[in-house]
Ligand binder design. Structure first.
Ligand code: VGL
Ligand code: ZN
Length: 199
């Protein structure tokens, strides 16, 4: 991995209460992504690199909810506690928040789908996107694929993502697919070592 520097951005995907254990769509082990994400966030801030946070931000009655015929329980309804970022996630002023899947009639797993993220990345000269967050097999997967399609280099931080695993192995398969699409699979440890190494 080339040491993170200008042209790199960090995207933390959907680290929201409803995706943590005890949440409406709680992911087993989902809370374990917060500490490694925070370590990379701190390193990123020290260098003044851009930080983006996406959030699943559904209206009540969203088409992805079971009552509407969708696959998921009610989760991440805009403005509710479940939709708030995890309290332990170290957010800072200047972080750019990207709300997604905000339309009742359309689901969107990717943080680039129907959002201003691609344009915001372009405006900041971002060429490589580091991705952490939830869930490996849904929003991380779709976001990584769309980022590659948008011409970005992508690094997925394996120890800072976690899968729903509706079927066992979904998360591992998602990582394999991302790698096959040209995403680099790395870790927060390797990333931090690169950032601490003397130039
Ligand atoms: C997600 C399921 C439903 C995600 C969002 O953020 O990965 N998963 N809505
Ligand atoms: Zn959702």
């Amino acid at each position: 991995m080339q040491a993170p520097g200008p042209g790199d951005a960090l995207l933390v995907v959907d680290v929201q209460n409803d995706f943590l254990p005890g949440g409406a769509l709680g992911i087993r082990g989902g809370d374990a992504v917060v500490a490694p994400a925070n370590r990379v966030l701190a390193a990123w801030r020290k260098r003044g690199l851009p930080v983006f946070l996406s959030r699943d931000w559904h209206p009540a009655g969203h088409c992805s909810f079971t009552a509407q015929g969708g696959p998921w329980p009610v989760h991440c309804v805009a403005g509710t506690h479940g939709a708030e970022f995890a309290a332990a996630l170290e957010i800072a002023p200047g972080d750019v928040v990207i709300s997604k899947a905000t339309r009742a009639d359309k689901d969107a797993y990717s943080a680039l789908d129907g959002t201003p993220l691609a344009e915001a990345l372009r405006a900041r000269g971002v060429r490589r996107l580091f991705i952490a967050g939830l869930a490996t097999d849904y929003c991380v997967r779709a976001t990584g694929r769309d980022a590659r399609a948008a011409g970005l280099d992508v690094v997925v931080l394996k120890d800072a993502v976690c899968a729903v695993d509706v079927q066992p192995g979904d998360g591992d398969r998602a990582l394999d697919e991302l790698a096959a699409e040209g995403c680099e699979l790395s870790t927060t440890g390797a990333t931090l070592r690169e950032m601490e190494a003397p130039a």
